[in-house]
Design a protein. Structure first.
Ligand SMILES: O=c1ccn([C@@H]2O[C@H](COP(=O)(O)OP(=O)(O)O[C@H]3O[C@H](CO)[C@@H](O)[C@H](O)[C@H]3O)[C@@H](O)[C@H]2O)c(=O)[nH]1
Length: 389
């Protein structure tokens, strides 16, 4: 992650090539750009094309972040774990530890902050923002961001419901994890799915604690591990030997949605990357939140405290960044899979998952929003406006 600002700056070298490509295309009505590629606004303006910024995150994070920035909420508290009331949304409490560097500093500065500011400014100057979310999930926060007419937020998700199912070759062998899941379903066993996304770095000590926690929780589990070094292999091999058929560790890329869709999967220990949260909601699997970095801590607050589709792992010192001991995992895994709180969040995720499907179906809020956006962009094009951003 330390390379992030340099990497983002390097993408600017693509601008002339991007503009050459734009030049060759006719009838470009709009540009949908990753929000982090700020330079696409300049290209869009040169060509008189509206730019829509896309971030793979939710509106809760955007709205809370806006209040935190406006009111400089992170400059006050003494401790990184002091609860801070969010102005404008007083039922929401955050801590400085919910933010990564440089935003968690009292007076943030440096190239990473410059990059964040540039991203914010170009988004504010864009035609709109495309959001991978649906209105009914977070109406308060979408309305908050849309209190200014521009840039308007267009919620057109969850996009995972628009994905075509993966092509299955009937002659091909099923992946091992799918066979294992089918076997668990046939035995009427529930499975806990464990995955921490594509970016998190987990220490060996923490990996060992997760392994022990899963072993002691006595649930069936499928754990997707990204790290493939020797140290990790030793921990995983040892775990597999100890749990036998009860657990499966996968080291390669899996079709996460196929796992969440599977009838045996009844819980998801997740880092709360926004795609994982949405996929879990869409397939009605309650979450055990274990945020690691980026905006995941705020996503976890949203999941647990706002929309209530999940519980949270227990850290040993109460800090959101604290170490999770085997007991802190085991206790919450049991609660999610068998406890009263688990039942509550399961009920809630079923209700919200239904809402997600309705939003994406013909006539639903995301379907209507996408149509409105297309119609509006066509009107803009037909009116021959020069620079629309
Ligand atoms: O073996 C795997 C691993 C991942 N996935 C998919 O990959 C995506 C992972 O996305 P996400 O859950 O959002 O995790 P990250 O890739 O870690 O997410 C980054 O991007 C997100 C969206 O912007 C942010 O919310 C996170 O904080 C940031 O870490 C999901 O669609 C998964 O289904 C698979 O299909 N198979």
């Amino acid at each position: 992650m330390s390379l992030f600002p340099s990497f983002a700056a390097a993408t600017k070298l693509m601008q002339p090539h991007f503009e050459q490509a734009l030049h060759k295309l006719s009838c470009v009505t709009a540009i949908v750009s990753d929000g982090f590629l700020s330079w696409t606004l300049e290209s869009a303006n040169k060509f008189g094309i509206p730019r829509l910024s896309f971030f793979g995150t939710n509106n809760y994070t955007g709205a809370v972040g806006h209040q935190v920035y406006l009111n400089r909420l992170l400059s006050g508290p003494k401790s990184d774990d002091d609860l801070i009331t969010v102005t404008g949304f007083p039922w929401i409490k955050i801590t400085r530890n919910d933010y990564d560097e440089p935003l968690n500093q009292r007076v943030p500065s440096g190239p990473h902050l410059d990059f964040i500011m540039e991203t914010g400014i170009t988004t504010a100057n864009s035609y709109g923002l495309i959001s991978n979310s649906f209105y009914e999930l977070e109406p308060l926060f979408v309305d908050y961001l849309n209190r200014d007419p521009k840039p308007k937020v267009w919620c057109v998700g969850p996009l995972c419901l628009a994905d075509p199912p993966p092509k299955v070759d009937p002659g091909a062998n099923q992946p091992k994890w799918m066979e294992w899941l089918d076997q668990k379903l046939a035995q009427e066993c529930s499975v806990l799915y464990v995955a921490f996304g594509s970016q998190a770095e987990i220490s060996r000590q923490q990996l060992e604690a997760i392994a022990k926690g899963l072993e002691e929780s006595e649930v069936n589990f499928l754990w997707v591990v990204r790290k493939n070094d020797e140290e990790t292999s030793v921990v995983m091999k040892d775990l597999e030997e100890r749990v036998g058929e009860r657990g499966m560790v996968v080291r390669e890329w899996v079709e996460q949605m196929e796992i969440l869709k599977h009838g045996s999967v009844k819980g998801f220990v997740s880092h709360c990357g926004w795609n994982s949260v949405l996929e879990s909601i869409c397939w009605k699997v309650p979450i055990l939140a274990w945020p690691m970095m980026a905006e995941q801590h705020l996503n976890a607050r949203m999941v647990v405290e706002e929309i209530k589709v999940g519980l949270r792992v227990e850290t040993c010192d109460g800090s959101v960044r604290g170490f999770v001991k085997p007991d802190g995992l085991k206790k919450m895994v049991k609660e999610l899979m068998e406890g009263e709180n688990g039942k509550e969040v399961r009920k809630k995720v079923e209700e919200i998952g239904e809402g997600a499907k309705k939003a994406m179906a013909e006539g639903g809020s995301s379907w209507r929003t996408l149509n409105e956006l297309i119609e509006e962009l066509q009107r803009v094009r037909n009116s021959n406006g020069v620079i629309i951003n």
